[in-house]
Ligand binder design. Structure first.
Ligand code: NAP
Length: 318
């Protein structure tokens, strides 16, 4: 059976849920397909479900745990009548209106027909995929220096990566950490010259060239890492309290990459706020933001997408 809706929101991080709150309060009865708990890139609540304490979201002076913040946003959306569906969109057809979305069997009739779609599928941090990384995520392993740096006051950490993000975050982390060891798999950095100069001049940063982290160890929190020299193959371990991974992000665009215009770097292209290349399809959050990537900016853009959607629906007589 196909359910019809005026607003279908795909994704339930801060962007999707803020869009849900706004469109629900505008009496548009949005349906949010929030993702599935089993998956790291499509899970309900998005990337904040993978962090511990969030201290920079305004309104929570004592901080709030990432999952709790998302739980509160979710309740707020539901309070105004948003319908959250715990499932993953398996196919999206944006070729004509009403837009069609499938959950599960893509050969069956579409699960939803929507007058408008808000895409809030987010992005995922690329991970190393080494033993210990998943288990200790949020317990010393982090992909966000801005979010978690503060917890490493006077502690030694490693930062993995050699691009601008890794260097920028390494420099930021020197405000807190006792030392930052940049672990890079080659003998030259990918980052811009100016960033390299800044990082290499920082007395708290040392670089482990030609090195890969092959295992992250610790019982309930990070205690050490195993490193391998990519040239000689020699192994050793280093005692650290934190492992920051900054080896790139990937926007979750698989559902619509061949239907909507993307930027050269793979992120979804938006213009005039939240408009995509197809009329009636709006976007918000990290899937369209390679610059800020913060919960608060995602939430702000979710609000923008909701308002843009509401105004557009009005022009369509809804
Ligand atoms: P990036 O430029 O793609 O760099 C990724 C880094 O991670 C590279 O050094 C890469 O090593 C390393 N890496 C990738 N996979 C790895 C693995 N499995 N194990 C170990 N190392 C791995 O990504 P980014 O730093 O996130 O930057 C993305 C874009 O945003 C870039 O265009 C960057 O210039 C821009 N950016 C700009 C600023 C700024 O201007 N302030 C700040 C942040 C980001 P290799 O070098 O060996 O490939």
């Amino acid at each position: 059976m196909t359910t019809k809706t005026d607003v279908l929101i795909v994704g339930s991080g801060p962007a999707g849920l803020t869009a849900a709150i706004y469109t629900a309060r505008a009496q548009l009865s949005p349906i949010i397909v929030e993702g599935e708990p089993s998956s790291t890139s499509d899970q309900p609540g998005g990337q904040l479900m993978l962090t511990t304490e969030v201290e920079n979201f305004p309104g929570f002076p004592m901080g709030i745990m990432g999952p709790e913040l998302m739980g509160q946003m979710r309740s707020q959306a539901e309070r105004f009548g948003a319908e959250l569906v715990t499932a993953k969109v398996s196919k999206l057809d944006l070729s004509q209106r009403p837009f069609k979305a499938w959950v599960g069997d893509t050969e069956a009739a579409p699960t939803y027909e929507a007058t408008s779609v808000i895409i809030a599928t987010g992005a995922r941090a690329l991970m190393l995929g080494v033993p210990g990384e998943d288990r200790l995520l949020g317990h010393g392993v982090s992909t966000c220096a801005t979010c978690d740096g503060f917890f490493f006051r006077d502690l030694p950490i490693v930062m993995v990566g050699g691009g601008d993000s890794a260097l920028e975050e390494a420099i930021f982390l020197t405000r807190f950490a006792s030392s930052v060891t940049l672990v890079h798999r080659r003998d030259s950095l990918r980052a811009s010259k100016i960033m390299q100069e800044r990082a290499l001049a920082n007395p708290k940063i040392t670089v482990r060239w030609n090195s890969q982290v092959t295992e992250i160890m610790g019982d309930t929190k990070v205690e050490s890492v195993r490193l391998v020299d990519t040239v000689t193959g020699a192994e050793d371990t280093m005692d650290v309290s934190g492992v920051f991974v900054a080896i790139g992000h990937q926007p979750n665009t698989e559902l619509f990459a061949d239907q909507l215009e993307l930027l050269e770097n793979g992120y979804l292209k938006v213009h005039d706020g939240s408009l995509t290349s197809i009329e009636g399809v709006f976007a918000c959050g990290d899937v369209a933001d390679h610059t800020y990537r913060q919960a608060i900016t995602a939430a702000g853009s979710g609000c923008m997408a909701a308002i843009d959607t509401e105004r557009w629906l009005e022009t369509q007589g809804h």
